[in-house]
Design a protein around this ligand. Structure first.
Ligand code: HEC
Ligand code: HEC
Length: 289
């Protein structure tokens, strides 16, 4: 096929000389503004490559010597230096002193909220509302281990039933079915009695039988009326607040083979100021004493 460049009669542009089935291809030039923008981009890229990390000039940093990681580290260090006087005050004070000082308290609650989101929310929920399966809400006035600022600080520092801290809080409840102390019928009865303590029993006859089982096996830890015992970490059973419940199957399963919750110790992982901020923050969630 002969290639013949000619002027197109309608558009006034040259053709490329390509032709398919009578259709001729036009050789329309790129708009000028587009072309200059394109050249400007290439120029910008060349300058950028020389200035910033791209080609091996001055190690690998480019002529400016810029390293994003170092810039970030420096900024972080600067922020830390700026915060340090406040952190030192928060470290030296007790949570009670922090709570009593409006300036420190405001700072602690803001910092505590961030530390809580990073370290605690996975188990206790974003607002400390807790989660089913033994993760207690921290926003109510019901405490297994005590709700004063000092109690909360101790819980956070040492954790609960973990392996890494000798002073971790700990408590036990027997496995009444697993260890053969009660049979299934007795467990069903005593579960009804437990529900009855907060007026939720569905089978009154079973609950009445369960009262005897409860008196013989449970009052030493949970108290005559199921009022609980903070020294033993035994929860109040009469308040309609449950770690494991309130459906009767979950309660029966718990009495049969209790799965006791574990919380890590934060004393080694977090700075003292952060632990104090967390204690003040948790205390402020609604149930602090
Ligand atoms: C791996 C899960 C986990 C993480 C992470 C965790 N906790 Fe806990 N926490 C628990 C469990 C489980 C319990 C209840 C243990 C029990 O049955 O006694 C608990 C109990 C508590 C209690 C005692 C509540 C009471 O009623 O006395 C406090 C206070 C507490 N956590 C605060 C925190 C704070 C603050 C953090 C973050 C620094 C945190 N927890 C991180 C699992 C966790
Ligand atoms: C040696 C002390 C001890 C004895 C005895 C004991 N418990 Fe417990 N019980 C505990 C502790 C400690 C917990 C809290 C476990 C935890 O922190 O996860 C608990 C938790 C519970 C719970 C869960 C409460 C909730 O909020 O989810 C129920 C239900 C319960 N016990 C019922 C009983 C019954 C019924 C008996 C008697 C058959 C009994 N317990 C005997 C120590 C005891």
């Amino acid at each position: 096929m002969p290639t013949k460049i000619e002027k197109d009669a309608i558009s006034g542009q040259n053709t490329t000389g390509h032709e398919w089935d009578g259709l001729k291809e036009l050789n329309t030039p790129l708009p000028r503004w587009w072309l200059y923008t394109f050249y400007a981009c290439i120029l910008f890229a060349l300058v950028w490559m020389v200035m910033y990390p791209s080609i091996p000039i001055r190690g690998l940093t480019g002529v400016t010597g810029y390293i994003a990681r170092e810039a970030g580290t420096a900024e972080l260090a600067e922020a830390r230096t700026r915060a340090e006087p406040m952190m030192a005050r928060l470290r030296a004070a007790t949570p009670a002193q922090i709570a009593a000082d409006p300036e420190l308290r405001a700072y602690a609650i803001a910092g505590g909220r961030v530390a809580f989101a990073n370290n605690c929310a996975a188990c206790h929920g974003a607002g400390g509302q807790g989660a089913t399966g033994g993760y207690p809400t921290l926003a109510d006035d019901d405490w297994l281990w005590g709700g004063t600022l000092a109690d909360i600080r101790t819980t956070i520092t040492h954790g609960i039933r973990n392996q890494d801290d000798d002073e971790a809080r700990t408590s036990v409840m027997p496995r009444f079915l697993g260890d053969g102390m009660l049979n299934r019928a007795q467990i069903q009865d005593v579960a009804q009695h437990v529900l009855g303590l907060s007026g939720l029993a569905t089978d009154q006859a079973a609950a009445a039988r369960g009262a005897t089982v409860f008196a013989e096996n449970c009052v030493s830890c949970h108290g005559e009326q199921g009022e609980g015992n903070q020294e033993l970490g035994a929860p109040r059973l009469s308040d309609r607040i449950w770690l494991n419940g309130p459906d009767v199957r979950t309660i029966e399963a718990f009495i049969s083979n209790p799965r006791l919750g574990v919380m890590p110790a934060f004393g080694q992982r977090l700075d003292g100021a952060t632990i104090n901020m967390l204690a003040v923050y948790v205390h402020s969630l609604g149930g602090g004493r």
